[in-house]
Design a protein around this ligand. Sequence first.
Ligand code: SF4
Length: 1022
Amino acid sequence: MDKKRRALLQAGMIAGGTGAFALGYATPVSKAVKGLVNGTSGVPTNDRIAGNALAPEFMIDPAGELVMADDQVVSPVQCFGCWTQCGLRARVDTANNKVLRIAGNPYHPLSNPRPPAQETPVREVYTGLAGEAGIEQRSTACARGAALAEQLQSPYRVTQILKRAGKRGEGKWQTISFEQLLQEVTQGGDLFGEGHVDGLNAIRDLDTPVDAANPEFGPKANQLLVTNAGDEGRDSFLKRFAFNSFGTRNFGHHGGYCGFGYRAGAGAVFNDLKKFAHGKPDWDHTDFVLCIGTSPAQAGNPFKRQGRQLAAARSDGGLDYVVVAPTLPNSISRLNDGRGRWGPIKPATDDALALALMRWLMENNGINATYLAQPGPEAQAKAGQPSHSNATHLVLQAPHPQAGRFLTAADLNMGDADTLLVVNAENGELMAHSSGHPAALWADREIQINGEPVRVKSALQCLKESAFAHSIEDYSARCGVPVNIIEGLGRELKRHGPKAVIDAHGGMMSGNAFYTAMAVMTLNTLLGNVNAKGGLALGAGGVAAVENGPRYNLAEFNGMVAPKGVFLSRNRFAYENSSEYQRKVAAGEAPYPSRAPWFSFSSPLLTEHLAAAFAGYPYKLKAWISHMTNPLYGIGGGQAFLGEKLKDPKNLPLFIAVDGFINETTALADYIVPDTLTYESYGFTKPWSGVPQATTTARWPVVTPATPRLANGDHLGLEAFIINLGKTMGLPGYGDNAIRDHKGELHGLHTGADFYLRAAANLAFAGTPLPDASADDLVLTNAARLMPLIDNTLAPEERRKVGFVFSRGGRFAPFESGWQGELMSKRTKDSLCIWNPTIGTSIHSMTGERLSGCAALYEPRFADGSPMREHYSEAEWPLLVTSYKSHLMSSSSIGAERLRMIHPENPISLHRKDAERAGIKHGQAVRVTTPGGSVEGIALVRDGIMEGAIAIEHGYGHTELGARAHVIDGEATPVNLRLGAGVNQNALGLMDPTRKEVANVWLDWTSGAAVRQGLPAKIEAI
Ligand code: SF4
């Protein structure tokens, strides 16, 4: 970085370093150092140098040959320490069915950014891990990934089927047989001595409307909710049950309280409101990254890979970066010679910064005008641009009744409705967006449609007016980022152009999450970096669809049904199409507000499912099957509101949880079915984003599950429960003849392996079929353990190819396949949205206001549109709470003792000046209170936090997972209070005070994502 540029960035910015070494780490590290010096036990170690370390799993003999240790194998596995879901390698003691150690899978790009070709024999790759050569090909697990194998033997694990034996949440259980479980949940009856409960047989009514007055709600079968944590590899199996066998519309996952605010905003920019595409920097080639609401090397996705790439890019000298966040992140280090900088910002004000940068770029010729002028793919190709946007498309303005949509050729009888009109940059005439010519960026004119005057403006003009609604000084005052820093950042973005990237993620989850994310991601479009090498890159996704592939159709089956009706969370459905709206209009009543928000463009939201069901709007639930879901811990205010409601079975009569542990939500279940853990189960995942090579991870049971063995030899877990539930209910898709192969022959679905081995065959035969695994590959990785099952299940030509998949832990495209010249290989072809017409024509169901189709500044607000600060003044609630993640702990990893030993609890961070004002000393006990609740913890007084913010690390403050005892068959389970250490920031979440009819916690007013950034708060010493 040159001196001048560095000075610009440095002004007002605080460099990171060890000064902010966290309170939570200091004591354990000092103990660890003492232990190293003095020895911890006084007993001589096994080896003078290696101490009591395990003997290595393999060694290289003097002849250079790899020699495995007795009874040990190294098997590829998938991690679930966070949603990165890295491919790892497990060192397995086969004699004792035990995972001894975890490290990275060398073939896997999430663990090894420069992996060898998948065709390289396992022996050669493992040999390359040894000695000095191992530095080059080092494939790592992060600390969390390395520690989580402990969970397999956890004393808090559920390994029997539990039925509640007391009131919901009382913690009293009895063990029951699998047969009893299936009989009770399907037949129903007076299951708990509290009155009749409908079983799943009665609930699965595909014909009778759930509400005859509102037929659009669909059938009664929608009264089953099925949820999982997310796609941890078994999503397609569970969705197949929910949607196509049972026939419920309602499937939910944790996205609504994870990063959905970001995904929704990114999806709006990427013109993808179905899968909500998003991108990540092409770290290997970018020159400058501005991270807003994400901190690489600390959190975000792909967490570990990004951390390694960041370290490599800054030490090799190619990358400068700035992380804008309320707290100083680990991404910044004094060791990096100023390449990385931290920009403090007030919580929940990232939109103000993004709009300020837009304004600066527009005022200072910083936007990529050549890129933005290309109105379609034809012009993009001629101009040699990596992608194109709708910056020049013309937006109909109010009072036109369809204001917010684009002007089409059909409007002016110049062509069809798919042809959009733009202003020719050369002659000012209207022309088709597909004409192949550049269009005018700034257009604002009146035209005639059917003889009526209509104002149209280019999308970029709309964005300019939105960004120019406030001065840079005003934006600066709102977000707390000084004007000179905003200008410095603007200059950096302008200077690097398409080689600069703005990266974001879960830090967007504020009371204005959607528009914040949209503003931040729009900056990328203004730079013209999408699809460019070194720009913002879409993830390459998986290698192939495992569900419906070249060998087996696992998605379709005889008798399958299709779900119908309105989602319980009132998403993907416009309120204006509801019977409620139409009744109001017919009665001459004002149709707005609806009784609660309808999220017309969001995905299904577990943030809203339960509140909707409790209020019966749109309808009530009768049963919930939850797989590894924990919304009560994860949603701000969830435990206090949703948890209390869930305790009453009248609000949701049947709750079946499938999980390996009793978490804050499943503690309220009626039945708990023990699940296999990651190293014991099959599954197929793909990276969310950030990997330019197509990648599918394949996991398989590398140890025998700890769950009960069933009569057919299968082990109890999600798959065994669902398959046997399906068979007991006589649902389509289970039992004999449930799977069709490529020749039309039918096969049975009786075990999880019946499904997943065939999925692996699809993966192996997608495109160019994979080679066969060698016997040596199979033995070294212990995929040989699966071969008898594979031989009994698959066609001969499939067997060794599936062995190849499992010996590598997936299928991986070659490293070079990620780029084509100066472009990313995986590219979006859609017009990137400066203006999203779907959003721009939507009306908020509570306020009746037309939404902005482009980035705009809104205050964090409640569902009725009123700003949060109108309800909770700064005078009474002077601080704003923000959450962050650490590189060590996640929401579910608290059970790993090795992690707790390093990082036992989470202190409450606040700025030195705020501490002085409140009379709080470093290390003192404090209470943080919001309008929704309070937590007590230890103050970490620091300079590495924005003044006015309180920061709490996510992942602590558990009340379950072993933090309290349950009683099973009269015996108390073990308890460890250290599992409940620290505080859960979500206990501070608040209710939306404006939702009078259908109460719920505070959600982003447009997307329905949970709010955890910017909670109004006060702090006091106790
Ligand atoms: S980043 Fe770490 S915890 Fe997350 S999946 Fe990868 S190894 Fe596991």
